[in-house]
Write a protein that binds this ligand. Structure first.
Ligand SMILES: [Zn+2]
Length: 460
């Protein structure tokens, strides 16, 4: 099967020109003006942007958490991602106590295999490191998983101690890997939670009160300092506040391989969402929580100036009715997470390009290219070039629409951005040369998405 995309405005992280793209099978094989080729199918992309399929490097499909399971599985979640113009996701395979790394990855393979609409990979979240695990790092990398994750939050569940943090960073670095960190001061936060509970402060907003930005900045500073001593690259996930971002800037400025991301929700929403009536604040209970509004512009600026590398979603949806309400009387029991995998590319286009004058190249970089580089998939993913996978989004830059749970495809009964009017829409989406989204319909078959073996990180 061959496809010719004609007359589109091709945008990569560095290029901007009008040309035709010829796709032979799963890859891009020719790019040029008025290509003199015949294809099985021709798509007219006049007045459209032609961009690389976007990458969401932080999602949690079908994740057991807080006595329930995130409501998108690898099928519904990857179909929703595709509708949003995302053609690769990276999930987190989380090691449960007593499991080897290999068993953990096998478990995640079993959940994902045969279900994905788009390509996928995992980071390996290490929650336990004994001497016997050391030799496993190399095997994980050989399996195509080059990123490890640790939690400095959720004591008694996922949290590791500082000795383990050091050992994971060092071992990951030795095999060419990078360590991702959920950075907060989990112990101090636990104390604050206990004090709030003792005062009978149990509403959703106290989730945010128990995790102030300072405690995030503290965790980030500690993780980066330990990474500096371990001599290994560190990537801070879901940075939500300026104080935490500044720690990354400080560390990189001093010459260390320190990086970070933010998520769509932190670029648009602030902590006043927790004041919504009728328990609606629970919709925004994720970790880190939303923070005061004055953090929003610094995060956008951080993306613009390269302080932060990319935007992910931390997609981890739970139904408002039936899941979030587990914590109706106690914020500690509200499952942490929100829906977002479908909204990211469009929201960042609207907030970045339309509202703040970001270049189209910057938009593509922070949604597509930087993640391909950081997480070892470039140039197979993250750009449009001869030989690259034909993961392509044909984007209508002018279509206006309203974001709503009524029209989204995520398996979640609410939207974080309900009612927001935005400009721009991923009209047609190709995954490795096959049109999977067209005319507002999913045209693929779940299971066509493949596990992507990732290589070494290419720090920016
Ligand atoms: Zn996460």
């Amino acid at each position: 099967m061959s496809i010719l995309i004609k007359n589109g405005r091709i945008i990569t992280a560095t290029d901007d020109y009008v040309a035709d793209v010829f796709i032979d099978g799963e890859t891009v094989s020719m790019i040029g003006k008025n290509l003199p080729v015949k294809a099985d199918r021709t798509i007219d992309a006049s007045n459209r942007l032609v961009i690389p399929g976007s990458i969401d490097p932080h999602v949690h499909m079908q994740l057991p958490f807080g006595g329930t399971i995130s409501s998108d599985d690898f099928k519904s979640g990857t179909i929703a991602a595709a509708f949003g113009g995302t053609t690769t996701i990276i999930d987190f395979a989380i090691q449960y106590h007593g499991k080897t790394f290999a068993q953990t990855l096998d478990d995640w393979d079993a959940k994902a295999e045969g279900k994905c609409a788009i390509d996928y990979s995992y980071h390996l979240a290490v929650t336990e490191y004994e001497d016997k695990h050391k030799s496993e790092f190399k095997k994980v990398v050989d399996r195509g998983i080059t990123t490890f994750k640790i939690f400095l939050a959720y004591p008694g569940v996922f949290m590791i101690d500082d000795q383990t943090m050091f050992r994971v960073m060092q071992s990951a670095g030795e095999v060419g890997g990078m360590t991702l960190v959920h950075a907060e001061n989990g112990i101090a936060i636990q104390q604050m939670i206990e004090q709030l509970v003792a005062q009978k402060k149990l509403a959703p907003k106290y989730h945010a009160e128990s995790r102030p930005p300072t405690m995030q900045a503290d965790g980030v500073a500690r993780a980066l300092r330990v990474g500096e001593v371990a001599g290994a690259p560190v990537f801070i996930v879901h940075v939500s506040c300026e104080a935490a971002m500044k720690e990354i800037v400080r560390s990189r400025d001093e010459g260390h391989a320190s990086f970070g991301e933010t998520c769509t929700q932190y670029l648009f929403l602030d902590q006043t969402c927790y004041d919504k009536p009728n328990f609606e604040g629970a919709k925004y209970v994720f970790t880190p929580p939303l923070v005061p509004k004055e953090n929003i512009e610094p995060l956008w600026k951080g993306l613009k100036l390269g302080y932060l590398q990319e935007v992910s979603t931390d997609h981890c949806p739970f139904m408002f009715k039936g899941q979030k309400d587990l914590g109706k009387d106690d914020f500690r029991k509200i499952p942490n997470g929100g829906p977002g995998v479908e909204d990211r590319l469009s929201m960042v286009y609207h907030g970045g390009v339309i509202e703040r004058g970001f270049s189209l190249n910057k938009w593509v970089d922070i949604c597509c290219t930087a993640s391909a580089k950081m997480f070892g998939m470039f140039p197979k993913k993250g750009t449009i070039a001869v030989g690259s996978d034909a993961d392509i989004v044909i984007y209508d830059p002018n279509k206006e629409r309203t974001v709503s749970a009524k029209t989204h495809h995520m398996n979640c009964d609410y939207s974080l951005f309900e009612g927001m009017k935005i400009k721009g829409y991923p009209e047609t989406v190709l995954s490795r040369g096959k049109v999977i989204i067209e005319n507002n319909q999913y045209k693929g078959t779940p299971g066509e998405g493949k596990f992507i073996k990732r290589g070494e990180c290419l720090p920016l």
